[in-house]
Design a protein. Sequence first.
Length: 69
Amino acid sequence: MVEGRTQRGDSAGVRATVQALVEQRVQVLFVVGSALVRLARETYPQFPIVFVTPGDPVGAGLVASLARP
């Protein structure tokens, strides 16, 4: 099953959405955009996140390396 949500801008709203999804016991988050990835990681740092973002995810500090994201 796939659960979809759209959330933009408001950091409190993003955190609440991430928290609601985790409480629903989703297995992985799919996030678009560096700012949303950061907020999701701050909310649940150990939760698996698949993301799409322009540019360099290592340079942006989203992952330690491409070999071990």
